[in-house]
Design a protein around this ligand. Sequence first.
Ligand SMILES: [Fe+2]
Length: 178
Amino acid sequence: MAKTAAKTSVKSRTSSKKPDMPSINIGIPDAKRAAIAQGLSRLLAETYTLYLTTHNFHWNVTGKMFNTLHTMFMGQYTEMWNAVDPIAERIRALGFHAPGSYAAFSKLSTLKDAPATPPKAMEMVEILAKGHEAIARTAREIFPVIEDGDDLPSADLLTQRMDVHEKTAWMLRALLED
Ligand SMILES: [Fe+2]
């Protein structure tokens, strides 16, 4: 037993792989897996950022539309809160660490944090509509990388995210019309 353990230990020391990252072979070349994971990390960061902004607006919205918007924002932030988990876990299944800190998210996300002073209700709606459109654009931008790697589970996830963000953006834009 001791001999086997020693052999394994020497092998792991001489391997090019880090001991905490076992090799992975799911049929997607390493460079393509890395590019997909990078794209999904950006999607995760932007989804988390918009989740937090939406929750902020749920807390701070005021005015005649209070009840409608307070409730609507709750539905939207709950949806995004549930969405970050499958995105992060897809990154893990591809063999990479999922980012999960405000510092990492701020580097990855192109979305700004919520304004320090809560905006007027309809400005909130406009900020959120633009945020959902921005995430739909991000998802569309990383789609070719996913197609290039024949990564069907990531394509499925991304298709669902685009559908949600485009529908939510439409509903928010509809509120802005007279
Ligand atoms: Fe609440």
